[in-house]
Design a protein around this ligand. Structure first.
Ligand SMILES: Cc1ncc(COP(=O)(O)O)c(C=O)c1O
Length: 371
């Protein structure tokens, strides 16, 4: 069946005993044993809650993976994966452009634990090739399209060169979502999501997830990390995430269509960065690698530094000035302010997360503010 069908029915998650079409929220933290002292529903709910299992099976199916794990946040998922896959003496190659908190964490983690880290431009395949160290590089980690300039990295090409040198490839696919990119089909070993964004989709649940291409030793190590460290979702959050995922395709397809239309209309008013525009440096790759659209995220350059960008934000009425992305309400963010003094983000850049409002209303608000 098509992923839209799998998502809408949450893999047919109905309860045959009760007739519930929507799963209930399992609140129990512990499970009864039978008179043989055998377990019935599990042992203990730190990482054995059946609502997790439902969310994980749906997400693994949407990403084409063999398994998934949910975490308390995207950061919890990313850090659990990286800490499970590398040890002192190993080497990580990661991207210059991407969610700044993960990049900064990888650098701090490497410095503390004796893991060498190279931060490169992953859109330049030769830079990645030169950075890979045979037998030492264990992980290549990048996001595509990457915050906030939407650099698109060639997943298949990097997987080929990393695998040839014995390194795994993990992709932060938060902004692409399985609607537009399925990294495992392109060779990725691991996919990570801040499920706080499009998977949840309503700015009301903090969650993270990992999806694996194989049920191997690396995946067992990640599972053990989650079990030991317990950075799991609460059952209510897992239920909200499942509910959000059921409408993922309808939301993201619409958000992508609106984002493309806005990108095209805004081009006459300012510089626009969006992988769906022919002017984007990796547009051809994006068209090849992404299916059915280019995502709901774009950035604009207002010119004249941070002061002009912030004055545009102040004049907006509909776009809400707030961090995060992927919800039903459109958000605008001055990333350089949020990322702080060492931010590589241009000071005149505004990041736009397109929601489900009408394209004309979103455009009129921006056009008025840019005037
Ligand atoms: C692309 C991307 N990856 C990871 C994260 C971290 O996820 P979380 O905030 O759920 O911990 C974020 C959060 O903004 C993000 O935008």
């Amino acid at each position: 069946m098509k992923p839209e069908t799998l998502a809408a029915q949450a893999l047919h998650a109905i309860d045959r005993l009760t007739g519930d079409i929507v799963p209930s929220i399992p609140m129990s933290t512990t499970y009864l044993r039978d008179d043989q002292y055998e377990t019935i529903g599990g042992v203990y709910a730190r990482d054995e809650n059946r609502i997790f299992g439902t969310v994980e099976r749906v997400l693994a199916a949407l990403e084409g993976g063999t398994g998934a794990l949910v975490f308390a946040s995207g950061m919890a998922a990313a850090t659990a994966a990286i800490r499970s896959l590398v040890k002192p003496g190993d080497h990580i190659v990661t991207a210059r452009v991407g969610y700044f908190a993960i990049r900064n964490w990888i650098e701090r983690f490497g410095a503390t634990w004796g893991v060498a880290v190279d931060v490169v431009d992953t859109t330049d395949l030769e830079s990645v090739r030169a950075a890979l160290r045979p037998n030492q590089t264990k992980l290549v980690w990048f996001e595509t399209p990457a915050n906030p300039t939407w650099d698109v990295t060639d997943i298949a090409a990097i997987c080929e060169m990393a695998h040839a040198r014995g390194a795994r490839v993990a992709i932060d696919s938060t902004c692409a979502t399985p609607v537009h990119t399925r990294p495992i089909a392109l060779g990725a070993d691991l996919v990570m999501h801040s499920a706080t964004k499009y998977l949840g989709g309503h700015s009301d649940v903090l969650a993270g997830a990992l999806v694996t291409a194989r049920d191997d030793d690396a995946w067992a190590a990640i599972k053990q990390t989650r079990h030991d460290e317990g950075a799991v979702l609460g059952p209510v959050e897992a239920w909200l995430l499942l509910r959000g995922m059921r409408t993922l395709y309808a939301r993201v397809e619409r958000q992508s269509r609106t984002a493309l239309a806005l990108a095209q209309r805004l081009e006459s008013l300012c510089d626009v960065i969006y992988p769906g525009l022919a002017t984007h440096p990796q547009h051809e790759l994006a068209a090849r690698q992404m299916a059915g659209g280019f995502g709901g995220m774009l950035s604009i350059r207002t010119g004249d530094g941070a002061a002009r960008a912030l004055s545009v934000v102040k004049r907006l009425r509909l776009w809400l000035p707030a961090t995060s992305l992927g919800g039903v309400e459109s958000l605008v963010e001055h990333r350089a302010t949020v990322e702080g003094p060492n931010s590589p983000t241009p000071p005149d850049l505004l990041r736009l997360s397109v929601g489900l409002e009408h394209e004309d209303d979103l455009f009129d608000d921006l056009a008025g503010a840019l005037r």
